[in-house]
Ligand binder design. Structure first.
Ligand code: X5A
Ligand code: ZN
Length: 483
């Protein structure tokens, strides 16, 4: 009543903004103003994801959520408002699962100058943290290790001095860029040091047996960061730093398995000639036309490191659980068993997940759980999971929860025997097998089996309009029961 009389409701048409589109909070796709649900992922425009629902970041006062106001808060004041206070004490029993997280990593965000929001956004960590809490996986089940900033000397374990300086220098500017897609603001260098330090400490605690395993919920991501270059949303290479930490804590052989949908060109480069670190990656490659373009099956490492890079390059998008698990069973696990790592790091991007706006693949939480379980069994639980990419909030929350469950000892059970690779998956896996058999024992029967499947599938492939995503039928389906 009052308002109407005051005329507060009335808007002059001078300042009315014409809102022609809105961006989905869940997947950042743009939608026309007259649509109420996202055409890409189905999220309702006002679903309240992050603001009210189970994905909300609890207890954070408005002040701490507001970048502008937060600038005036001291470090200790920000710490006071931490949603999840550190619970870890050095005597934690060795069966525990630790989470690494620090809300200051949310301060790294793109100063909005573009028409479209950047996919690598603070909400990613809010969504995952909220999702894990809602799944009941936090309280009582996990512990948190205190976050720590990596020192500049530690960053130079894998990066050049000038790279470290270049990243540090961004804190003096409100907005900087490394290339077109890798942004920094005043807080990015801090966030990147925290991400790296958290990974280093989790890895060290695992190798020393203080905790069983850990999940580093960190950003900015790391696997594209080269020794001298920030790129692909990555500033410092968190997984590579964790590998160095494992070596300096006494591990002799470290494995990094990278299931982010993009090839981890940074990690591969850093350990290219190093035989103490085995780098394994599954990624969408498309003959080099998918970002960042590297990661062909023929890239196997150089010098002493020859045979210590394993690439499984998907020829197209749309790859899902069946192909990922087929790769694990036929190339990855055999090689990992022979390498016998003392420490294993998963570069866990969730952008191969169903619904991801960048990846265009089909992996489900169950697929991520099975991959984790295979590595868990081999490593007797000793795993460090490091978050890389993943841009659909619901997909990454569900996937991270599925992985964490396995870390906590809940097995997803047997891999469904009905899972069969697609023609595209079979193509990539058999190519990797043939190349890697120069360095590792690959079971001759499974090589032969793959070759048979492949030639049978090739015929079908040509008959069925060349669809590389069609499943190939296993020998069971072809063999008629005898007698
Ligand atoms: C960490 C990650 C993707 C970069 C894509 C750049 N980066 N177009 O997923
Ligand atoms: Zn990625």
């Amino acid at each position: 009543m009052d308002e109407e009389e005051d005329g507060k409701d009335w808007k002059s048409d001078v300042n009315v903004e014409i809102m022609a589109e809105w961006f989905c909070t869940n997947c950042i796709d743009s939608n026309p103003d007259d649509e109420s649900c996202c055409g890409q992922c189905g999220e309702h425009r006002n679903s309240g994801i992050l603001e009210q629902g189970y994905l909300a970041s609890r207890d954070l006062p408005e002040k701490a959520n507001d970048m502008e106001q937060r600038k005036d808060m001291s470090d200790s004041e920000i710490k006071l408002h931490l949603t999840f206070p550190p619970l870890w004490t050095p005597q934690t029993d060795a069966a525990s699962t630790a989470i690494g997280f620090d809300e200051r990593m949310l301060l790294h965000s793109e100063v909005q100058t573009k028409s479209h929001p950047h996919p690598e956004r603070p909400d990613r960590l809010r969504a995952i943290m909220g999702g894990l809490s809602a799944a009941g996986l936090f309280s009582g089940l996990c512990c948190m290790i205190p976050s720590r900033e990596a020192t500049l000397a530690e960053l130079e374990w894998v990066h050049s001095h000038s790279h470290v300086e270049a990243v540090e220098a961004t804190s003096l500017h409100e907005a900087s860029y490394f290339g077109r897609d890798t942004y920094a603001n005043n807080y990015s260098a801090l966030a990147a040091r925290l991400a790296a330090g958290t990974c280093i400490d989790l890895m060290t605690a695992i190798v020393k047996g203080q905790i069983l395993n850990g999940f580093a919920l960190v950003r900015p991501p790391g696997h594209h960061a080269l020794s001298a270059t920030a790129m692909g949303f990555c500033l410092h290479n968190n997984a590579a730093l964790a590998a160095k930490a494992a070596l300096s804590a006494g591990a002799k052989k470290v494995m990094i398995i990278d299931w982010d949908v993009h090839h981890g060109n940074g990690t591969q480069e850093i350990f290219d000639s190093d035989s103490s670190v085995l780098y394994v990656s599954l990624h969408r490659h498309q003959a080099g036309f998918f970002y960042p373009g590297t990661g062909a099956a023929s890239e196997v490492g150089i010098k002493d490191g020859e045979g210590f890079s394993v690439n499984i390059p998907w020829p197209c998008g749309g790859i899902g659980d069946e192909d990922y698990l087929f790769a694990f069973q036929n190339v990855i696990m055999p090689i990992v068993e022979q390498f016998a790592p003392d420490a294993t790091i998963i570069s866990a991007g969730f952008d191969a997940a169903k619904g991801d706006p960048l990846g265009g693949c089909q992996v489900t939480p169950s697929g991520y759980a099975h991959m984790t379980q295979l590595l868990y069994s081999l490593m007797k639980g000793k795993l460090l999971v490091v978050l890389e990419g993943g841009y659909n909030l619901r997909s990454i929350s569900a996937s991270a929860a599925a992985v964490l469950k396995v870390l906590l000892g809940v097995s997803p059970g047997e891999i469904p025997p009905s899972w069969q690779p697609t023609f595209a998956g079979l193509l990539a896996v058999s190519e990797a097998c043939v190349i890697q058999s120069r360095y590792w024992k690959i079971d001759r029967m499974s090589l032969l089996n793959m070759q048979m499947l492949l030639s049978a599938a090739e015929t079908k492939f040509k008959e069925n309009k060349n669809d590389p995503r069609q499943p190939v039928s296993g020998p069971q389906a072809e063999d008629q029961p005898q007698g």
